[in-house]
Design a binder for this molecule. Structure first.
Ligand code: FES
Length: 182
C-alpha cells in the first residue's frame, strides 16, 4: 500500500469481500468500478489501474469496460449531471435542439460549469421513450426536455433552487406539446 493510491483502505477491504463472492475475480469488475466511482466520483486512469491491480487485469481490460458503459464517468461531473437521451424516439422529437441548448447553457458535453454545478452528457435510451425528449438529472427522470426547458433547468440549478421543486414543475407537463407551450 503506497501513499499514491487514490482509493481508500476501506475500498480495498470491501473489494476483497466482493471478489470473494465470485468464482472468477474478473467477474467482480463492474461491482468494483461502481464502488470506486461512489468513493472518488469518477473512474480515471488511476482508478482504472488500481481496480485492475485488485483483479489481476491490465488497465486496458478495465478501461474497455469503464468506457463501454455511460454510467461510469471518466472525470468528475458537476454537482448536477444532466443526462440527455439521444436515441431514436428522442432524436425524432428534438434531442439535437435540446443538446444545442445544453451546450449553450453548460458548455461542451462532459465539461462542468466553472461553478462546478452542472455538466451534461448524451446517453442511450433511458426507457422513458413516451417522454421524449427524455432526460435525467442525477438519474432522476425528466419528461419532455425541450430547449427552453433545458435552459431554464440549468439556470434553476445554478441559482440553487430545490431539485425536488424543479422536478415536480418539469413533470407537470403532460405532453411534448404542453411542454413546448410552457
Ligand atoms: S429513445 Fe429516448 S428514452 Fe428511449
Amino acid at each position: 500500500m503506497t501513499d499514491t493510491r487514490v482509493l481508500s483502505e476501506d475500498f480495498y477491504t470491501r473489494a476483497k469481500q466482493i471478489v470473494a463472492r465470485y468464482p472468477v475475480a474478473r467477474s467482480a469488475l463492474i461491482m468494483l468500478l461502481h464502488d470506486a466511482q461512489d468513493e472518488v466520483g469518477y473512474v480515471d486512469d488511476d482508478v482504472i489501474r488500481e481496480v485492475g491491480s485488485v483483479l489481476g487485469l491490465t488497465p486496458a481490460d478495465v478501461e474497455g469496460v469503464a468506457t463501454f458503459y455511460t454510467m461510469f464517468k471518466r472525470r468528475h461531473p458537476g454537482k448536477f449531471l444532466i443526462s440527455l437521451c439521444t436515441n431514436m424516439s428522442c432524436t425524432i422529437n428534438g434531442a439535437d435542439e435540446t443538446a444545442a441548448a445544453l451546450r449553450d447553457a453548460v458548455g461542451p458535453e462532459h465539461e462542468t460549469t466553472s461553478d462546478g454545478v452542472c455538466s451534461w452528457e448524451s446517453v442511450e435510451c433511458l426507457a422513458t421513450c413516451h417522454w421524449a425528449v427524455a432526460a435525467q438529472v442525477n438519474y432522476l427522470d425528466i419528461p419532455y426536455l425541450t430547449p427552453d426547458r433545458a435552459t431554464k433547468l440549468v439556470s434553476d440549478l445554478k441559482a440553487g433552487r430545490d431539485l425536488d421543486e424543479i422536478l415536480s414543475e418539469l413533470r407537470a407537463a403532460k405532453s411534448l406539446q404542453e411542454a413546448k407551450s410552457g
